[in-house]
Design a protein around this ligand. Sequence first.
Ligand code: CAA
Length: 383
Amino acid sequence: MELRLSSEQQAMRKLVRDFATRVIAPRAQYIDETDAFPRSIVRQMGELGLLGLPIPEDIGGVGADYVSYMLAIEEISYASAALGVILAVHTSVGTLPIFHFGTEEQRQYYVPKLASGEWLGAFALTEPNAGSDAQSIQTRAVRDGDHYRLTGNKVFITNGGEADVYTVFAVTESGVGAHGMSAFIVQKDTPGFRVGKKERKMGLNGSSTAELIFDEALVPIANRLGDEGDGFKIAMSQLDGGRIGIAAQALGISRAAFDAAKGYVEQRRQFGRPLADFQSIQMTLADLAMKIEVARLLTYRAATLRAQGIACTMEASMAKLFSTDAAMYVTTEAVQLFGGYGYTKDFPVERLMRDAKVTQIYEGTNQIQRIVIAKSLANKEYI
Ligand code: CAA
């Protein structure tokens, strides 16, 4: 069992870490405070190839393995979790569904533009009345000649309003549950489609989270992804990969909080010595480091399975659940280690704590991850 990164994976980590340190980290606080979408950084990420990492070279990507892609999300999120989610959603659930399920024409038209960063991608499943219960979406797609007319609302859509292409899920046949849902590629200039309210959030400022409104939006039949009725399986299978990305994002957040807190307790003196000299502080650091290490192992393992094409629904959910809970724990403890300073905006840990929270919620709440794990346990032998 190989538990070390390959030289290619280490090189990818270094490349992304250097970029994130030089370009993103100095602007992370500004992005958080202004809540402005960091378009110029996203463009630079595209120029570096970061928006097409797991896409093969012959269709415009970099051809990196899934672990390398996770390392990139982790390093970007270490500097700015907002840019981490922009990257993760664009790739895992904005681009890969088209790459995996698109016709040759769809792949050739959309994937190179997405992989190069010329276009940004997004994923539209959630609705006001269908979050965890994804089968209950109400957006309808009705055939009309050589088009479908899509009507309904989507909410909490990451990259909403900034993306050029959306993978949208809608019901094409009622009364047959998951088998009545279909997926569509919707371009931002589609007649009948517009962007609604943009959310003001606790954290992840700078990443866009918006409502999408479809009012008889005219989508060509040629833009249906897969067959009618394939939508739910497309969504779930792509969320398996997406959840590993969120685990990697949370890992980056945890590491950033840990490094900040460790640096602080080593230089902050109270009672005549550095805080790091107190055994209670050392024990806290040991616990945090262990949680980070477990999150790292689960995340890289799930990514390795995904890279090998091995079913990893359960492992992805375990990685997402553990790593995001760890991020909430680590960031909360980091604020505590900073004391009063941790509660101010002069240090990054309060931002990291706010950013960590949503990782326990999106791409399936952590309660849903437990349901997925339990269903997997019921269906297979677990050793
Ligand atoms: N891969 C492939 N197929 C899958 C699958 C998977 N991972 N999971 C389920 N399916 C298939 C099942 O095999 C089943 O197929 P059959 O009917 O042919 O047997 C079908 O889908 C229905 O499966 P279930 O009966 O398990 O479905 P369910 O209604 O009980 O739902 C659920 C399961 C796990 C609760 C699911 O609804 C779920 O994951 N909910 C959370 C939704 C979610 O994660 N939303 C995130 C939105 S995206 C986001 O947050 C992105 C962002 O912007 C950051």
